[in-house]
Design a protein around this ligand. Structure first.
Ligand code: ATP
Length: 360
C-alpha cells in the first residue's frame, strides 16, 4: 500500500473550483513533483496536504492515518516556502531550534539535531549569523534545515528555488537531489519549472485547471505524453504541434501529411483516413536537410536562429504559415532569411486527436 494517498481531493473558493478531484498515490521515499501552469491549483493542493487549507472533499491519508481533520502541527509534515519564512531576529541556530523547543526537546537533543542538519547542509560555519547576513541560497538552506531537524514523515516544498538566480538554482537542485538520497525522505515538491521537475522527480504529476493531465516518471512523460497539452508543456523548447491529415492507415501504422511533409507514426488507436490530427515532433527529433532538392522536400523559411553554442534552434515557418522549431548542430551557419528543409527521425513523432487532444 502507498505511504500517502490523495483521493478525490477538492477545494472551492466560493463558486470557483480550484482543485477538482485529484488522486495521487505516493510511495515511501518517493520524490513527487506537482507541475503545471500558474493557477492550476498545485499550491492549493500542497497547502491542503500541509493542513494550511481546509480540504473540501476527498481524503488525505498518510501512513495509514486519515489527516483531513488533523491540525497542521500534528501531521508530521514540514513545509519549505518560496519566501524562506525565516525569523529575521533569530540566528540560523535559533531559527532551526525554535520548532524543536516548541516540541519540548531537551537542549542536548536540540543541539544534536541542529549539528547534524547543519553538517548535511554545510551550514555549520553560519550557525551564529542572522538571516540578513546570508545569501539567498544560504537562507534557503536554513529554511530546509529547519524542516530537516523536525524529522517529518513528509517534506513539502512550494517553489523553493524560484527566488534564486539561475546558477544558484542549478546548485540547489543538485543539493536537493543529494538531500533526498541522503535522508531517504518522502517529498512533494511544487514548481512550474519543468527542468526542476525532470531532474528531481521520481514521479511527475502534471496539472491543469484543478485536474491531473498525466502522472508518470519524467522520461515516460517525455516519451509518451498523454495529450497535446502535456506534449507542449514538457520539453524545451516545446514540442512542435502541427496541423496534419491522415493519408493512409495500415494497422497501427499511420501515414500523415503536415505542411507538405509525409511522416509515418505508430499509434495505439488508429484514426480514420482523411481525419484531421495533430502531429507532434520535438525540435531535437527533426533532422535538417540543408540542400533539399527542389520539389521533393518542403522548404521552410528560417525566421530566427537562436545560437546557444553547442546547439542552435532554427525558428522556421512552413509554406502554410505553421511554426516549426528545429534543433541544429551549433556549428551550422544558419541565419534568419535562410531556407532549409527537415525530416522526422523515424519512430519519434507523436499523433494526437485534433478534436480532443488525446494521444492516438
Ligand atoms: P502559481 O504557480 O501561480 O502559484 P498554482 O498552480 O499554485 O499557481 P494556486 O495558488 O493553487 O495555483 O491557485 C489555484 C487557483 O485558485 C487560482 O486561480 C487562484 O487564483 C485561486 N485561489 C487560490 N487561493 C485562493 C483564495 N484564498 N481565494 C480565492 N481564490 C484562490
Amino acid at each position: 500500500m502507498s505511504y500517502m494517498q490523495i483521493s478525490d481531493i477538492r477545494k472551492n473558493f466560493g463558486a470557483f473550483e480550484a482543485v477538482r478531484g485529484i488522486d495521487i498515490d505516493i510511495a515511501k521515499r518517493e520524490f513527487v513533483v506537482l507541475l503545471g501552469p500558474s493557477g492550476c491549483g498545485k499550491s492549493t493542493l500542497l497547502r491542503m496536504i500541509a493542513g494550511l487549507e481546509e480540504i473540501d472533499g476527498g481524503a488525505l491519508v498518510i501512513d495509514g492515518e486519515r489527516m483531513n481533520e488533523v491540525k497542521a502541527s500534528k501531521r508530521g509534515i514540514s513545509m519549505v516556502f518560496q519566501s524562506y519564512a525565516l525569523y529575521p531576529h533569530k540566528s540560523v541556530r535559533q531559527n532551526m531550534e525554535f520548532g524543536l523547543k516548541v516540541a519540548g526537546l531537551s537542549k542536548k537533543e536540540r543541539e544534536a539535531k541542529i549539528a547534524e542538519a547543519a553538517d548535511i547542509l554545510q551550514l555549520t560555519p553560519l550557525l551564529d549569523r542572522m538571516p540578513k547576513e546570508l545569501s539567498g541560497g544560504q537562507r534557503q538552506r536554513v529554511a530546509i534545515g529547519r524542516a530537516i531537524v523536525r524529522e517529518p514523515k513528509v517534506f513539502l516544498f512550494d517553489e523553493p528555488l524560484s527566488n534564486l538566480d539561475a546558477g544558484l538554482r542549478l546548485q540547489m537542485r543538485v543539493e536537493l537531489a543529494r538531500l533526498h538520497r541522503q535522508l531517504q525522505a518522502t517529498m512533494v515538491y511544487v514548481t512550474h519549472d519543468q527542468v526542476e521537475a525532470m531532474t528531481l522527480a521520481d514521479k511527475i504529476v502534471i496539472m491543469r485547471d484543478g485536474l491531473i493531465e498525466q502522472t508518470g516518471a519524467p522520461l515516460e512523460i517525455y516519451r509518451k505524453p498523454a495529450n497535446a497539452f502535456v506534449a507542449g508543456f514538457i520539453g524545451s523548447p516545446k514540442m512542435n504541434l502541427l496541423n496534419a491529415r491522415v493519408t493512409d492507415v495500415d494497422g497501427p501504422t499511420v501515414r500523415v501529411e503536415a505542411a507538405g511533409m509525409e511522416t509515418v507514426v505508430e499509434v495505439d488507436a488508429a484514426p480514420a483516413i482523411g481525419e484531421d490530427v495533430t502531429l507532434g515532433i520535438r525540435p531535437e527529433h527533426l533532422e535538417p536537410v540543408l540542400e533539399p532538392s527542389p520539389g521533393t522536400e518542403p522548404l521552410l523559411d528560417v525566421v530566427a536562429c537562436e545560437r546557444l553554442g553547442g546547439v542552435s534552434f532554427a525558428l522556421s515557418q512552413t509554406a502554410d504559415g505553421q511554426q516549426i522549431t528545429i534543433q541544429l548542430d551549433g556549428n551550422l551557419p544558419i541565419a534568419a532569411g535562410d531556407q532549409l528543409s527537415c525530416r522526422v527521425q523515424p519512430g519519434l513523432a507523436h499523433l494526437f486527436s485534433a478534436e480532443t487532444g488525446r494521444r492516438l
